[in-house]
Design a binder for this molecule. Structure first.
Ligand SMILES: Nc1ncnc2c1ncn2[C@@H]1O[C@H](COP(=O)(O)OP(=O)(O)OP(=O)(O)O)[C@@H](O)[C@H]1O
Ligand SMILES: [Mg+2]
Length: 249
């Protein structure tokens, strides 16, 4: 984990939550001032809207990436999103590209991205509104068309996240573009379902599963995450995901 937290009680809580799960926090730096926070409201149907205050997250520098070079070079895969400055993510993408480490980028919060960055992304994973922002248009198009347009911008592969409909995968590492459905579980709080998907997809992919198989595992993890409240507290463990998958077969 590479990041920054503030010198407040949230920072301590965040760091401890990582340590409890066995995550290396040696490249998580504590800085003066507040930690990043997100105020999240959840509607009756489980969908959410989020107000983010970046605070410490906004101070993550390309120098933090350089300082974490040894850890990055040991990674099988790297996950990133856009709640830290774009120049820092671009530096990370450059590092991954040089070291030939696959990079999964969740383009959230939605914003147009430089082609230089998109060209270094192995798996781009937008949801429906992020897809519209990246393509700069509001008209409806098929998933196949949207994926094709995103691939033309330079990403090696794309995974369109489609909420209850699961995902659509396409790209150089996906011989046949495919929809992968999500198990139909009742949504209580969809917060972080997308992040849960990405984490589980990264795990399954590095364990040697095909992208479509990895997406099936990740959809099961994400579907479980929506049945529980909270972003971090809603994340399932591997044993929960395996149990759900067994119950479906
Ligand atoms: N109602 C649902 N039922 C089943 N699975 C769901 C549901 N909502 C989300 N998922 C699963 O979670 C994945 C990610 O959800 P979504 O498409 O909403 O992404 P997102 O908007 O990026 O989410 P986040 O709020 O975490 O940013 C979906 O691709 C799907 O696998
Ligand atoms: Mg998301």
């Amino acid at each position: 984990m590479i990041g920054r937290v503030g010198a407040d009680s949230f920072g301590e809580v965040l760091r401890n939550a990582l340590i409890v799960e066995g995550i290396d926090t040696s490249t998580v730096v504590t800085v003066e001032g507040p930690s990043g926070v997100a105020a999240i409201t959840v509607a009756a149907d489980g969908t959410n809207s989020i107000v983010v205050t970046p605070a410490a997250n906004a101070t993550l520098q390309p120098a933090d990436i350089a300082a974490a070079r040894n850890q990055i070079r040991k990674a099988s895969i790297v996950l990133a999103q856009l709640e830290t400055p774009l120049e820092t993510i671009t530096a990370l993408a450059q590092e991954c590209r040089e070291a030939k480490i696959p990079l999964i980028l969740d383009p959230a919060p939605a914003q147009p991205l430089p082609l230089e960055l998109l060209r270094s992304v192995t798996w781009l994973t937008p949801n429906e509104s992020e897809t519209r922002t990246l393509l700069g248009r509001t008209t409806v198009m098929t998933e196949a068309k949207a994926a094709e347009r995103l691939l033309a911008l330079g990403a090696r592969n794309v995974i369109l996240k489609l909420g209850p409909r699961g995902v659509y995968l396409a790209g150089a590492d996906v011989p046949t573009p495919a929809f992968v459905p999500s198990p139909d579980l009742r949504a209580v709080d969809t917060t972080a379902a997308g992040d849960c998907f990405n984490g589980a997809f990264a795990v399954a992919l590095t364990e040697g599963r095909s992208p479509v198989e990895a997406a099936g595992f990740a959809c099961a993890a994400a579907a479980l995450s929506i049945t529980r409240t909270g972003a971090q507290t809603g994340m399932p463990y591997r044993s929960d995901v395996n149990k759900l998958l067994r119950s479906l077969t």
